[in-house]
Ligand binder design. Structure first.
Ligand SMILES: [Fe+2]
Ligand SMILES: [Fe+2]
Length: 197
């Protein structure tokens, strides 16, 4: 059984929570909702673009449904707080991650899976930080972000597991190491905002 755990090469400092999400939690929720919606859309776009990858079609549909459920959950939190959805704005982190992807159908497919894995892992890390910062002060949000953390961490591993069905372990882990280095540089370079990235 190949390893599928992904290690981020830069750790978001705990101080990010205060400077970022907690600086305007309502704005953060609106961004978070968009992230979940886009995660669902990305899974479905892979189904559309790569219908020949039969081994992962069903899992991708399941993932799209799960991310849509996250969107529904975050939107419910927003509704309870009287927060509106906001129009989609470019996410500088995701934009820079997309630029790292190679061209060519096969390379693009593998890089999309690996970049998605890293984005999921970064999301999981940050949900963990938010959950820990909420603590006893807001047990509902603490548990909400704890559950999301566990879920996104699982997705981070899933994308690598799927990529391993279509590429050799050696080449895949070499590429993942390269992308993880670049991801760390991007994540470390971006200022904290009331957003996930
Ligand atoms: Fe999610
Ligand atoms: Fe996810």
């Amino acid at each position: 059984m190949a390893k599928t755990a992904v290690a981020l090469q830069w750790a978001t400092p705990a101080s990010w929570v205060k400077a970022g999400p907690l600086s305007d939690f309502d704005a953060f929720l609106a961004d978070h909702a968009n992230c979940e919606r886009k995660a669902s859309a990305l899974a479905l776009s892979l189904v559309v673009r790569f219908p020949d990858r039969k081994a992962i079609i069903r899992p991708l549909i399941d993932l799209a449904a799960e991310e849509l459920e996250h969107f529904r959950q975050v939107f419910a939190v927003m509704e309870a707080r009287g927060v509106d959805l906001v129009p989609d704005t470019p996410d500088p982190y995701v934009a820079r991650m997309k630029k790292m992807m190679r061209h060519g159908r096969e390379e693009r497919f593998i890089d999309t899976l690996l970049v998605s894995s890293l984005i999921e892992c970064r999301g999981a890390e940050r949900f963990r930080l938010i959950s820990e910062a909420m603590g006893e002060g807001d047990p509902i949000m603490r548990d909400f972000y704890r559950d999301l953390w566990a879920c996104e961490a699982k997705h981070g591993n899933l994308f690598v597991e799927w990529a391993l069905k279509f590429a050799s372990e050696v080449s895949l882990y070499a590429r993942l190491a390269e992308l993880a280095e670049s991801e760390a540089e991007v994540a470390a370079s971006l200022p904290a905002r009331p957003s996930l990235h």
